[in-house]
Design a protein around this ligand. Structure first.
Ligand SMILES: *[C@@H]1O[C@H](CO)[C@@H](O)[C@H](O)[C@H]1NC(C)=O
Ligand SMILES: *[C@@H]1O[C@H](CO)[C@@H](O)[C@H](O)[C@H]1NC(C)=O
Ligand SMILES: *[C@@H]1O[C@H](CO)[C@@H](O)[C@H](O)[C@H]1NC(C)=O
Ligand SMILES: *[C@@H]1O[C@H](CO)[C@@H](O)[C@H](O)[C@H]1NC(C)=O
Ligand SMILES: *[C@@H]1O[C@H](CO)[C@@H](O)[C@H](O)[C@H]1NC(C)=O
Length: 416
């Protein structure tokens, strides 16, 4: 049988700062496992600021020809999609077929703006297929791009995490340990809404009837410095307000909690896991702590230990949350805001808990602390669910068969 090696180019806007879990690295793994040759690049790499491109599409076509690329996959219909729009007067077309994998924010956010909407429309009209992570994104895609075959493929775990965690027993985290750390892992931007729970969390922590040392760890990169300024300011304001409330109250117990709200910025002299451990070792340390994200493989190791009690996701808008899936694979119970990206993965009270309001979060989190059977049930169901529905081997088969179907020059019987 004649075998021709196909070369696929992945064009992804988020090349830097992505690790094993990102879509681009999973796709790369999938294709390489099936002996495709894979090239990865980003719009930023292709278009250096110094050169003025008459037509971006011509630049990409040059790259395609030089590297003998047979097929292009654009990740993110707007950010990568804008690279395949002809901007000269020659009505250029991409010289090979291409497909689009939606990023989530493209269909949730970018589509609301007329100029971006037009870019995505042109991009999708010429694509041979597109892939969405969730039913609701798929529905949006089918409405706007009825002529482009659209497929649903849930995001998978990385092969590495799948491998290491699949044989972990479905242990449940012991909720008697102290402190109980709730983890909020998100980039500091408005759409992730990291302020959503802070006030209620601080109030909860001070409840006289609730004597547990609960903490909220916010881990994430600052990707929008304007929003981050607002975020840190508000965090400080909230903490000060609660601090003040504590000092007004002469109750001994609340006096202890006074310490608990002081040191929210990183502890001086230490960073990363060391800083976290320093914070955790302070009895009644600050209720809320922000730290820069840890190195990815270290972070995944930590998820599998009993450092954290539960994982929170309170984004307003989300394609599909890789960090929730990771937590589920690692045996951490998850509490997530009831939005489409999250409720595509989580069935409330079955494999996780959904909340819409901060107080609902507090009630459910409290239930999780008190009810060990509930905790165990959620953790075991979640594990089983991700291993079935977010299996990287299945995701790999899905993409490779699509690619084989659309790249093969000879007639091919491959049935999806
Ligand atoms: C990806 O996983 C490998 C294998 O565990 C690890 O060595 C590497 O550091 C990870 N990459 C990132 C970016 O975390
Ligand atoms: C995962 O495990 C399989 C089977 O044990 C192995 O063939 C594969 O190389 C592993 N992949 C990674 C990324 O560790
Ligand atoms: C997990 O268990 C299966 C079945 O017992 C075994 O085939 C596989 O090699 C194990 N994987 C790892 C990473 O230990
Ligand atoms: C939810 O999960 C996504 C995907 O990992 C992550 O990007 C986001 O920051 C999370 N949001 C929150 C608020 O935890
Ligand atoms: C989550 O939101 C959906 C859609 O708004 C709603 O139908 C569902 O009842 C909500 N689930 C929970 C647990 O609140």
């Amino acid at each position: 049988m004649l075998y021709v090696m196909e070369t696929v180019l992945l064009l992804s806007p988020t090349l830097a700062a992505t690790g094993n879990t990102s879509t681009v690295s999973r796709l790369q793994n999938h294709f390489e496992r099936k002996s495709f040759c894979v090239l990865v690049t980003s719009p930023h790499d292709l278009f250096s600021q110094k050169v003025n491109y008459n037509c971006k599409l011509k630049r990409i076509n040059k790259h395609i020809v030089e590297n003998q690329v047979n097929f292009v996959i654009l990740i993110h219909a707007f950010k990568s999609g804008s690279c395949v729009i002809c901007t000269c007067s020659n009505s250029c077309k991409l010289c090979v077929k291409y497909a689009v994998v939606f990023g989530g924010t493209d269909l949730n956010e970018d589509i609301k703006y007329q100029d971006k909407f037009e870019v995505m429309k042109t991009c999708l009209n010429n694509a041979v297929f597109c892939v969405a992570f969730t039913e609701s994104l798929l529905a949006v895609a089918r409405i706007h791009y009825p002529n482009t075959p659209a497929y649903l493929q849930q995001q998978a775990l990385s092969y590495q995490l799948y491998n290491v965690s699949m044989n972990d027993s479905c242990k449940s985290h012991v909720s008697t340990k102290t402190p109980l750390v709730f983890l909020l892992s998100c980039s500091i931007r408005e759409v992730k809404d990291p302020l959503f729970l802070l006030e209620d969390f601080l109030t909860w922590r001070k409840l006289a009837t609730f004597s547990r040392d609960i903490r909220l760890l916010i881990l994430g990169p600052v990707t929008d410095s304007e929003y981050a300024n607002l975020f840190f300011k508000q965090m400080q304001t909230l903490i000060m307000a609660h601090h003040a409330q504590c000092t007004h109250n002469q109750d001994d117990k609340l006096h202890i909690n006074l310490k608990s709200v002081i040191s929210f910025p990183p502890l001086p002299g230490s960073t990363g896991i060391e800083a976290m451990n320093a914070w955790l070792s302070i009895p009644d340390g600050s209720a809320i702590q922000y730290l820069k994200p840890f190195e990815q493989s270290e972070f995944q190791e930590l998820l599998r230990t009993e450092t954290f009690f539960a994982m929170i996701n309170c984004s307003k808008s989300e394609g599909m949350s890789a960090s929730l899936l990771e937590a589920m694979a690692c045996g951490l119970p998850v509490l997530a805001r009831n939005i489409s990206g999250n409720n595509a993965v989580i069935t409330d009270s079955k494999n996780g808990l959904l909340f819409s309001q901060p107080q609902e979060f507090v009630n459910k989190a409290m239930e999780l602390i008190i009810d060990n059977d509930l905790l165990k049930k959620l953790v075991c169901n979640a594990k089983q669910y991700v291993f079935q529905s977010h299996n990287p081997y299945k995701e790999g088969d899905f993409y490779c068969s699509l690619l084989t179907k659309y790249t093969s020059k000879v007639d091919n019987d491959f049935i999806l």
